[in-house]
Design a protein around this ligand. Sequence first.
Ligand code: DOR
Ligand code: ZN
Length: 362
Amino acid sequence: MPRGVAQSLGREPRTVTLVRPDDWHLHLRDGAVLQSVILDSARQFGRAIIMPNLKPPVLTTADAQAYRDRILAALRQAGAPAGSFEPLMTLYLTDRTAPDEIRRAKDSGLVHGVKLYPAGATTHSDAGVTDLLRHCRATLDAMQDCGMPLLVHGEVTDPEVDLFDREAVFIDRVMLPLRQAYPALKVVFEHLTTAEGVAYVREAPGPVAATITAHHLLYNRNALFKGGLRPHWYCLPVLKRERHRLALLDAATSGEARFFLGTDSAPHAKGAKEQDCGCAGCYTARHAMALYVSAFDAAGRLDRLEAFASLNGPAFYGLPPNAGTLTLEQVPEQIPASLPLADAEVVPLAAGESLAWRLRAE
Ligand code: DOR
Ligand code: ZN
C-alpha cells in the first residue's frame, strides 16, 4: 500500500495524508480581492510563492515587504491562526532592476525569487522584460552570485509564433542561452505545459526545476471549447494537446525532484473573463489539493503526491518541509458555481462539477 494512503476499512472513506504542502506559484492580488481569497490557500498550504504582478508591480524589497505585511494583515482579519501560512515574496523583474536591489532582497530574507514576465506575455506583464540577455545581465549576475532563483514565465511574445508553440520556442530562444550564460543560476520554469518543456527540465544542466498546475494535469485544450467557448478554462500558458497533458502527468507523478506543485491560481472577476476580450487565469485555490489528488489518483500514483506537493519544492528553495500534515478523504464534493470576490464573484475552475476528493475537516 502506498505511503500515506489508507485503505477503505468498512465504510470509512479512503484518505491520503501528506506533510503539509506548499504552493510554489500563487496570485493573491491585493486589497479586497486578497481578503476574499487568502483563506482558500491558507487552509491547505503552509507557504506560497506570491506572484508580484500587481498594478503597479512589486519592484523593490520595500514593495515586497509592504505587500507581505498586507497579506499577513488579511490573514489575521480572516481569522487564520498566527504563523499558519507564510507568504514567500518575489520581485517583478524589469529591464531596469538594479543588482543592488537583488542583494537587498536576498538580505531581507523575505524575498525568495525574482519573476521574469516577458513584456506582453500575460496579465499585468506590460512592465516586464523586453530582452533578458541584453538588459538584465548585471542583475542576473547578482542573482546567480547570491542564490536568488529566477522564476520564468516561459513563453515568447513574438506575434509570429503560434500561441501553442510559445513555450517550446522560448526554450530555444531564451532558456538555452540563459543556462549557458548563467550555469549556476537557479531557475524555475513556471507552469510548465508541454512535453518539450518536460524534456528540457529533465535534462537541463544545473539547478533547474518546474512547477505544474492542477489544471494542466487534469485538462487538455478541448476543455476550452467543450460545448462552446469556455472562458474559465482560459489561462496562459494556454491548455495544450492531450500528449502534453500526459507528459506533465508523467513528470509530476515521477517523484523526480525537479517537479513540484504550483497552482497558478489567478482570480479574475466573472465579468472580466466573460467578455469580448476575457482575462487569462483560472481560479483553483479553493479546491487545489482535491484537484491534485484527483489527478494523482487517476494516474494510480497517490504514493508520489507527497514528493511533488510537500518535499521537492522546499528542497529546491533551500527551505525545510513544513511541520504538520494535511489529510484528504475520498468523499465527493461539488465545486460551487461561483465564490465571492470583493464586491463581485469569481467562477472557480470546473464550477458545478463534482470532485471525488475533499479536505478532511481538522
Ligand atoms: O493565466 C494567467 N493568469 N497566466 C499568468 O501568467 C498570469 C495570471 C494572472 O495574473 O492572472
Ligand atoms: Zn502565474
